[in-house]
Design a protein around this ligand. Structure first.
Ligand code: COA
Length: 173
C-alpha cells in the first residue's frame, strides 16, 4: 500500500546477548505523556529477544511508544553505519499505528533518536522515504531533515522498481 510503510527498517543485526531488561521510560514528551510512554525497549511479541539484545548493543537502538495498556503503537529503529569513515552516520526507520497518528508520537520518537545519537556520538541521521509519502516527508522536513538526493529505482516493491528520497538531519553542535 503506497505511503503506508517504510522503505527500510534497519534490522536488529549484530547485538550481543544481554540479560532481561525491564522497560524503563526514557522519554515522555509533554505532547504524548498522557497516553503514551516511550521506552527504550520492550515487550513486543517475537521481537522481544532482539529488543533485549539491542539494549546492550551500542551501535543500534529501538524505541517504542506504548499505549496505556502496554500495546506498542509506535516504533523507531536506528543503527549506526559500520564503516569507519561514516560511523558518525545512523540510518533510521519509523512507524506509528494508524489510530495514533497526528498526536506527536512520530516527533517524540525522533527526539528520542536524536538523544540516543548524541550519546552515541552520531552526528547525522539519514533515512529513505518514498516520494509519495507526504505524511512522513512533512514530519521529517518539519523536524529539520533536508532532502539530500533522489534515488532512482532504488527499491523493488510490488513487482516494480520505485524511487526513494534520501533525507538527512545533522545534529546541532
Ligand atoms: C509518518 C508517521 C511516522 C508520522 O507519525 P505521527 O505520529 O503521525 O507524526 P506526528 O504526530 O509526530 O506529526 C508531527 C508533524 O509532522 C507533520 N505531519 C505528520 N503527519 C502528517 C500528515 N498526514 N499530513 C501533513 N503533515 C503531517 C505535521 O507537521 C505534524 O505536526 P502537527 O500534527 O502539529 O501538524 C506516520 O504517519 C506513519 O507511521 N506512517 C506510516 C509509516 C511510514 O510512512 N513511516 C515512515 C517511512 S520513511
Amino acid at each position: 500500500m503506497k505511503g503506508a510503510a517504510s522503505p527500510r527498517l534497519p534490522a536488529a543485526t549484530g547485538p550481543v546477548a544481554g540479560s532481561p531488561v525491564v522497560a524503563s521510560p526514557v522519554v515522555a514528551s509533554p505532547v504524548v505523556a498522557s497516553t503514551v510512554v516511550l521506552s527504550t525497549v520492550v515487550a513486543a511479541g517475537t521481537a522481544l529477544g532482539a529488543y533485549r539484545a539491542l539494549r546492550r548493543y551500542p551501535h543500534a537502538a529501538v524505541f517504542v511508544a506504548e499505549a496505556e495498556d502496554g500495546r506498542v503503537i509506535g516504533r523507531l529503529s536506528i543503527s549506526r553505519d559500520q564503516h569507519p569513515a561514516s560511523r558518525h552516520v545512523a540510518d533510521l526507520g519509523l512507524m506509528v499505528d494508524a489510530e495514533y497518528r497526528r498526536r506527536g508520537i512520530g516527533r517524540a520518537l525522533l527526539d528520542a533518536a536524536v538523544e540516543w545519537a548524541r550519546e552515541a556520538e552520531v552526528r547525522k541521521l539519514e533515512l529513505h522515504v518514498f516520494p509519495w509519502n507526504e505524511a512522513a516527508i512533512a514530519l521529517y522536513e518539519d523536524f529539520g531533515f533536508i532532502r539530500e538526493g533522489h534515488r532512482k529505482n532504488h527499491y523493488y516493491r510490488g513487482e516494480e522498481y520505485v524511487d526513494a528520497i534520501l533525507m538527512a538531519y545533522e545534529l546541532p553542535a
